[in-house]
Ligand binder design. Structure first.
Ligand code: ATP
Length: 323
């Protein structure tokens, strides 16, 4: 059974205007997104800025109110009405944020920051709580001297580790990692990514890994979804998507990864221009009249892609092993 299943998730934000501040329109930040994550799996969500990745993550963790759709945790619908189920869910689903400086309360010491989720969910006595905080700091490679310091006294990479310690405090089954390394230097990025993998192996955590960086996603994820304008355009295994992308938007994103090898740089540049031209010419074949991706079409049992019926015919896609 999947650990988490997101079905037709919608998060629409009202736009208000005029003297009476009436709703004049809606921003469809997430508009019918479906995917599932298995236990121990890392599922990537990738797309350009504004495509709806963060809003999807925030809706799953309960920081944003979904306006439609369903979220199932271990097969159970998560609803605000069932307080006890919601409490257990909140303990098991945690989030790591991009900006560790603003996500850690600057007025609180690290001890209090890491102890907060323990206080909400475990109600330990003072000594036991302190031991757990020290263990968590040790897991993320920080010593006991960190206990009484404030977030500003740490480097970006160290602060991100503190955010990770806070997220794993309640022994969650799923962590939503929203751009966890994009604010860090390249060398620190690798450290934090490998560290996330290490704690995944240690605790059997699943990740929803949100990033616009396809290199990071390739390094981290087993499967991934490509998001554009609040919808998914392609979902598949890492190898399927990186080696056989089907949607032109995915091809365009992959072609935008800079190449360092001088020998192939020119070929790559030409390929990039070719893809851009196809994208401009065929955009209408990939999106409906509202500019939104068509519903996902299965191409194999694990590879789904948003293509118009005409496009499926044109590309003569062979449906392999699809029931
Ligand atoms: N609270 C809000 N009210 C109104 N619109 C919002 C709100 N939050 C997000 N949006 C809009 O929803 C869309 C998706 O935003 P979101 O932050 O989810 O995208 P993203 O893919 O995570 O982008 P980035 O990579 O830049 O963080 C954007 O157009 C954004 O302006």
């Amino acid at each position: 059974m999947s650990l988490i299943e997101v079905k037709d998730l919608q998060v629409h934000f009202p736009i208000r205007s005029g003297f009476w501040n009436r709703i004049s329109d809606w921003v469809k930040a997430v508009d019918g997104v479906s995917f599932s994550i298995d236990p121990g799996e890392t599922f990537g969500l990738v797309g350009e800025s504004g495509s709806g990745k963060t809003t999807t993550g925030r809706a799953i963790v309960g920081l944003e109110q979904a306006t439609g759709g369903h979220i199932l945790y271990q097969g159970q619908e998560i609803s605000l009405k069932h307080a006890r189920a919601r409490h257990a869910y909140n303990q098991n689903v945690q989030m790591i944020f991009q900006d560790s400086l603003s996500s850690l309360n600057p007025r609180k010491r690290i001890e209090t920051i890491i102890a907060e989720p323990l206080r909400n969910f475990e109600h330990l006595d003072q000594d036991a709580e302190k031991i757990r905080v020290l263990q968590l700091l040790d897991i993320v490679g920080l010593g006991p001297d960190a206990l009484y310091k404030y977030p500003y006294q740490f480097s970006g990479g160290q602060r991100q580790r503190i955010g990770i310690a806070r997220a794993v405090a309640t022994k969650p089954k799923l962590i939503i990692a929203d751009e966890p390394v994009s604010a860090l230097d390249l060398s620190v990025q690798a450290q934090v990514l490998n560290f996330l993998k290490k704690i995944q192996r240690k605790f059997g955590i699943s990740y929803l890994f949100i990033s616009h960086d396809l290199g990071v996603i390739q390094h981290m994820c087993d499967r991934l979804a490509i998001m554009n304008h609040g919808r998914l355009v392609e979902v598949g295994s890492r190898d399927d998507i990186y080696n056989h992308p089907l949607h032109i938007y995915t091809k365009r994103l992959l072609a935008a990864i800079p190449r360092v090898d001088v020998r192939h740089r020119q070929e790559h540049q030409l390929e990039r221009l070719r893809i851009e031209k196809v994208y401009q010419e065929q955009e209408n074949d990939y999106y409906d009249q509202n500019g939104l991706a068509y519903p996902l079409t299965p191409v194999s049992k694990t590879h789904l892609v948003a293509l118009s019926p005409q496009m499926i015919e044109k590309q003569d896609l062979k449906l392999q092993g699809v029931d």
